[in-house]
Design a protein around this ligand. Structure first.
Ligand SMILES: [Zn+2]
Length: 298
């Protein structure tokens, strides 16, 4: 899961002696304090963002380490000659109940880099986009894998807002200076795989956001339907007292194909109806589905 978030540059200037030592551990030649420009940036924190996601507080130290040595590039060009800055130190800072990764980066002065330094000083390149890969995201309500539990980001459950918690950092990528402060609704790019473009990116680029959103919603409905199907099969298995425990049944249905699940549900339903014909004939129940629902949602 690739994550990209916008962040801000804090202006600094000349490195301290300790910073210069760290910088030189990353630089090829030995640089002097006059040759480098140092600035800091806030990479990511553990607060819920506009995507209703947040980084796991416990994941920040490992993620901070992954950012050390990563380069900063102008715009989103991934070519080596446009790399201008390098992160030489990171630290997890805790302030007012918020934990965040603070990074220090340097730019080697001279030539093209001086223009970027001037832009940073002038506040033009204050926005930075950072990317990383996270292992998985957990649902804040139940702790399960988000997307598999049925809870939805942005919904409230017993007064608690559901969000996705990004866990287990895998890698950190280059950061990019964004000349124009992010104007896209979320200012975030995400996708699967490393450095690959996502369907969402393409939809944005070619003005197909509406279609993308419609597809996304349909996929969500599809997932909900599947979840219902899984639940129905598990309930029927339990109702028919097949002997397997619920966690076992849940694991089995999770990996089953949708078509097989539908067939299994129909077969179980038939068996259930044969065993409990009286319940099925109750006039108020209105359909097989509700017999199972009302019979076993005690
Ligand atoms: Zn959940």
């Amino acid at each position: 899961m690739e994550i990209r978030k916008e962040t801000n540059v804090e202006v600094s200037g000349v490195p301290t002696a300790a910073q210069l030592e760290l910088i030189n551990s990353h630089a090829k030649g030995k640089l002097t304090a006059e040759q480098v420009y140092v600035f800091s940036l806030r990479l990511c924190d553990d607060q819920v963002d506009r995507d209703l996601e947040r980084f796991d507080t416990a994941a920040l130290p490992a993620l901070a380490k992954l950012f050390i040595g990563k380069t900063g590039i102008v715009d989103h060009r991934w070519s080596s000659d446009s790399q201008v800055a390098r992160i030489f130190e990171t630290q997890v800072v805790r302030e007012d109940g918020v934990s965040y990764i603070k990074a220090w980066a340097y730019i080697r002065r001279g030539g093209h880099a001086d223009e970027i330094i001037a832009d940073i000083e002038a506040g033009i390149k204050k926005e930075v986009s950072v990317g990383c890969a996270m292992g998985w995201s957990a649902c804040s309500i139940c702790g399960g894998a988000y997307g598999e539990c049925g809870h939805q980001k942005g919904e409230y459950y017993d007064g608690q807002l559901c969000c996705a918690i990004l866990k287990e950092p895998v890698d950190a990528y280059e950061f990019s200076f964004v000349a124009v402060p992010a104007q896209r609704s979320a200012g975030v790019m995400k996708g699967l795989g490393t450095g690959k473009r996502t369907l969402k990116d393409l939809a944005e680029e070619f003005g197909a956001q509406g279609e993308y959103r419609a597809l996304f919603k349909e996929a969500q409905l599809g997932r909900e339907y599947r979840k219902e199907l899984e639940n129905a099969v598990v309930r029927l298995c339990l109702a028919l007292d097949l002997g397997a425990e619920e966690p076992v049944l849940r694991n089995v249905v999770k990996t089953a194909g949708a078509e097989d699940l539908r067939k299994l549900k129909a077969a179980l339903q038939d068996r259930f109806d044969q065993m409990y014909p009286v319940t099925a004939q109750l006039p108020a129940m209105g359909g097989k589905e509700s017999v199972v629902e009302s019979g076993f949602l005690i």
